[in-house]
Design a protein around this ligand. Structure first.
Ligand code: RFL
Ligand code: PHB
Length: 389
């Protein structure tokens, strides 16, 4: 098969990019290891920045998101007893939208056939070749048969564990990584949220987050040591822990119910440079990971895809090579700022095993400062709502 752009991975990054390229009349094919139902079963992000909503609007795929998404004007930091509200709407003039990654992915998947976007699911043994030249190609097997796609560009949208990043030679690559000594145990339940806005809590017993997917579906997290097993956490144990960590006001309004999903996600900060090598561009989790504190991962994937679509459109429509050459620098400038914010919020809201009384006092002092400073709240709000693209 021959195409202009071969995209590896049909998560939000790969599907969004495929649709944007199709809209720009650029030929592309997406290949994906999993089947659609598996992808839709992965419970992940819930908070969308403007860039992500705007891209869906540009594609004309925002009808369900506008109808079902919850507009959030602020969020809260909890410190034991008190709630510190960050009034995002008043401080920045912008809002975020609660709408699950699963739903965005479903909207993009459902629209693929009618937009002529080819997505090949269930491929194995994906390998990338000749990425340093002008005629790269990707091979894979499907139902036991070996296949090959020749393209002008390959785009790695295959998440943290995919093969694309690994195709870039060690000699040109640079990795930055911080692995955190805890994970987030998440629970999804069909119960009303305990609060109409998100609450990120730093309690003596550890971190907790109250989030939601709708007025009838809640998403909660507590941080746990990496040695913990999800089987050791009954629903009741999680609800008990949430009630303590989120503070009395949230606990009083919390409705308990059976979990419909429960999993532990490890926390990591990671950046891979460069995000382009020759004819291979990386987008989303394939190039970087942020800890979920601050809800930046999916939104960074969206901004990468926006830059990549602009660069590829300039190349194919105007013979402009410079935009592709500049892709990595443009994307990384935004990536590093989101890495900084996610890391800062993670440090502020979690207990690290190595922390002593001094570090704890610094967290308390910082939360105190934030609670009394419009400048500090504005800084947090403008990062939370999404930095300019
Ligand atoms: P994905 O979603 O991992 O998709 C990559 C796709 O590539 C496929 N793939 C392959 N395909 C072919 N061949 C191979 N060899 C392949 N290997 C892999 C995979 O099957 C998959 O379909 O990456 P993408 O598209 O870059 O999207 C990134 C986001 O998924 C991720 O950043 C967010 O989910 C992170 N995240 C959050 N981000 C936010 O913006 N807001 C949030 O509120 C938020 N909450 C979260 C999160 C991530 C979490 N977990 C579990 C990691 C909460 C959690 C708990
Ligand atoms: C979620 O709703 O899953 C969620 C919300 C905010 C975060 C991370 C995850 O920072």
């Amino acid at each position: 098969m021959k195409t202009q752009v071969a995209i590896i991975g049909a998560g939000p990054a790969g599907l969004l990019l495929g649709h944007l390229l199709k809209a720009a009349k650029i030929d592309c094919v997406v290949i994906e290891r999993q089947k659609p139902n598996y992808i839709l079963g992965r419970i992940r992000a819930g908070v969308l920045e403007r860039i992500t909503v705007d891209l869906m609007a540009r594609l004309g795929l925002d009808a369900r998101l506008r109808a079902e998404g919850l507009v959030e004007e602020g969020f809260n930091l909890a410190d034991g007893e008190r709630l510190i509200r960050i009034d995002v709407a008043n401080l920045t003039g912008k809002t975020v939208l609660i709408y699950g990654q699963t739903e965005i992915t479903r909207d993009l998947m459902d629209a693929a056939p009618e937009r002529g976007l080819t997505v090949i699911y269930g491929v194995n043994d994906v390998a990338l070749f000749d990425i340093e030249g002008d005629a790269p190609y990707v091979t894979y097997s499907l139902d036991g048969a070996q296949q090959r796609i020749d393209a002008r560009f390959l785009i790695g949208c295959d998440g943290f564990h995919g093969p694309s990043r690994k195709a870039i030679p060690d000699g040109v690559a640079r990795e930055y990584e911080r692995v955190y000594p805890f994970g987030w145990l998440g629970i999804l339940a069909d119960v009303p949220p305990c609060h109409h806005e998100l609450i990120y809590a730093n309690h003596d017993r550890g971190f907790a987050l109250a989030s939601m997917r709708s007025h009838a579906r809640s998403r909660y997290y507590v941080d746990v040591a990496l040695s913990e097993k999800v089987e050791d956490w009954s629903d009741e144990r999680i609800w008990d822990e949430l009630a303590v960590r989120l503070g009395p006001e949230a606990a009083a309004n919390m409705t308990r119910g059976p979990s419909i999903e429960k999993s532990i996600a490890p926390l990591r900060s990671y950046v891979f440079e460069p995000m382009r090598h020759g004819s291979l561009l990386l987008c989303g989790d394939a190039a970087h990971i942020v800890p979920p504190t601050g809800a930046k991962g999916l939104n960074l994937a969206a901004s990468d895809v926006h830059y990549a679509a602009e660069a590829l459109t300039a190349f194919f429509q105007r013979n402009d090579n410079d935009a592709v050459a500049g892709y990595a620098a443009r994307a990384l400038a935004r990536v590093w700022k989101s890495e900084r914010f996610s890391w800062t919020l993670t440090k502020l809201m979690h207990r690290f095993p190595e922390d002593g009384p001094f570090e704890r006092a610094m967290q308390v002092a910082e939360l105190d400062y934030i609670s009394g400073s419009v400048a500090a709240q504005t800084s947090i709000a403008e990062n939370y709502v999404g930095l300019p693209v």
